[in-house]
Design a protein around this ligand. Structure first.
Ligand SMILES: [Zn+2]
Ligand SMILES: [Zn+2]
Length: 245
């Protein structure tokens, strides 16, 4: 699968870069995973959004969904050939109000998931783990069934040990690394050493740090993750826009 990073900040866009948004492609199937603030424009630069096959939302915080609302209007208003006349949108049902908003006229349709769900979206098999966050949020394990490659996205979460079990053996782990090591508790995101620890415990091939902070030296963030990750290669989402997994 191919991963394109549309935005990588937590909370709010900054300096021309948006919040969480990722495009996953395999065998011509295009899945957007979260569509945060200022991510629709970079998506439009990569592809015609009408060629999307589906949208997956990990939770309903605005830094993961802000541009989804305008994508619904695009589906309604823009002429052109849609690959999917009614766009499937995968979202959790633990937050019923926000889940209901995924369905918009005859344009987009919400498809619910919970912790025990297994969803087949084109070539991608999606499984989920509820995280520890102030609102219902789900880590996602994406298996490309055409070649067995696995990408795990922690989504937003504080540290808890089951994350490593969920990410076991993944080819790439993308981790919410919003905090430097010295961030005091209570925390609702991972610190860099916690992200590195999960990568090591899970035995992943590569760790991608994302949901990054706007302030501070990101190379320091990477080095802090390295101290717990052992010899697992660590990438910053800010240095990447295209990755092949
Ligand atoms: Zn977030
Ligand atoms: Zn969040």
């Amino acid at each position: 699968m191919e991963l394109r990073i549309l935005g990588y900040y937590g909370g709010y866009p900054d300096n021309g870069v948006g919040t969480s948004g990722y495009l996953l492609t395999s065998n011509g199937y295009n899945l957007v995973m979260d569509l945060g603030s200022s991510t629709l424009l970079p998506l439009e630069q990569i592809m015609d959004p009408l060629q999307l096959d589906g949208v997956l939302l990990t939770h309903y915080h605005h830094d993961h969904t802000a541009d989804f609302g305008t994508l619904q209007y695009l589906w309604q208003l823009r002429p052109g050939d849609k690959k999917e006349p009614v766009l499937p949108v995968y979202g959790n049902t633990k937050d019923p109000l926000n889940f209901a908003a995924l369905t918009f006229g005859d344009y987009t349709k919400g498809i619910g998931y919970a912790g025990d769900s297994e969803i087949q979206a084109g070539p991608f098999k999606l499984t989920f783990l509820e995280t520890e966050h102030p609102v219902p949020a789900f880590a996602v394990r994406v298996e490309d069934t055409t070649n067995g490659k696995v990408l795990v996205n922690t989504s937003d979460t504080r540290y808890f040990p089951e994350l490593a079990e969920f990410a076991k053996g993944a080819d790439m782990l993308m981790a919410d690394t919003n905090f430097f090591a010295d961030k005091p508790k209570p925390r609702w995101h991972l610190t860099a050493p916690e992200a590195g620890q999960i990568a090591k415990d899970a035995g992943v091939q590569t760790l991608l740090l994302t949901h990054l902070p706007q302030n501070g030296n990101l190379e320091t963030l990477r080095k802090q993750a390295e101290q717990t990750a052992g010899n697992i290669p660590i990438l910053l989402a800010s240095d990447q826009d295209y990755l092949r997994i």
